[in-house]
Write a protein that binds this ligand. Structure first.
Ligand SMILES: N[C@@H](CCC(=O)N[C@@H](CS)C(=O)NCC(=O)O)C(=O)O
Length: 208
């Protein structure tokens, strides 16, 4: 493992990279922000496209390694700071469920939510990566009902990622079921969330 654990997060306030910022706060990580102004389209200019050709945040650089895609970013950061206890290690029975919920977010949940947002006709369930919306959501809510966290009593980086249920519920893409609202409130009440949100508010004000 490289000796330095300093990371750079490419971030734009109030976007998907806010989750990565919350995670860095949860981890007590040594980090700096490289802030992009999406209002001026900075994420689509050459300097950032050289970092992530997708022009998307979050992206993280650490010791010469570049990581993009939320799931990968979260897995990488939580493993980099194991002492925070947010990533069950290999050998822990929770490692499998942890990976499952980390990947489920980007491979099943987000595609389903985006289809819903755009009122798109989904692909037939047998070929659709998320099956059908109701099954995708029931799989998630059944897990949340076991609570209090996705891994039961163990809070993990997966819960930081799934705090995105907050915006998807606000945008009415996910129903306001008590099991979802309670989970959002539980995860959202953590001090790291308040610290990251305060930083985002400052950054957003500076870009306004
Ligand atoms: N698949 C990417 C999606 C990230 C994403 O959509 N980020 C948005 C911010 S919410 C973005 O950077 N949009 C800027 C753009 O596409 O120009 C991931 O999981 O990291």
């Amino acid at each position: 493992m490289p000796s330095s654990r300093h990371v750079t997060l490419y971030h734009s306030p109030n976007t998907r990279s806010t989750g990565a910022l919350i995670l860095l706060e949860e981890l007590g990580a040594d980090y700096e922000l490289n802030v992009l102004n999406m209002k001026t389209g900075e994420q689509r200019q050459a300097a950032y496209l050289a970092v992530n050709p997708m022009g998307k945040v979050p992206a993280v650089e650490h010791a010469g390694a570049l990581v993009t895609e939320q799931g990968a970013v979260f897995l990488y950061l939580a493993d980099l700071y194991p002492e925070a206890g947010l990533a069950p290690p290999i050998g822990d029975p929770l490692r499998g469920p942890y990976l499952r919920w980390m990947v489920y977010y980007g491979s099943s949940f987000e595609p389903a939510v985006i289809d819903r947002a755009l009122k798109r006709e989904p692909a037939p369930a047998s070929t659709n990566p998320y099956g059908d919306y109701d099954t995708m959501l029931a799989t998630l809510t059944d897990q949340l009902a076991k609570g209090p966290y996705l891994l039961g009593e163990t809070f993990s980086a997966a819960d930081v990622l799934w705090a995105a249920l907050g915006w998807t519920t606000r945008f009415k893409l996910v129903p306001e079921m008590p099991v979802i609202l309670d989970y959002i409130a539980r995860v959202g009440a953590r001090p790291a969330v308040a610290r990251a949100r305060a930083k985002d508010a400052e950054l957003a004000a500076a870009q306004a």
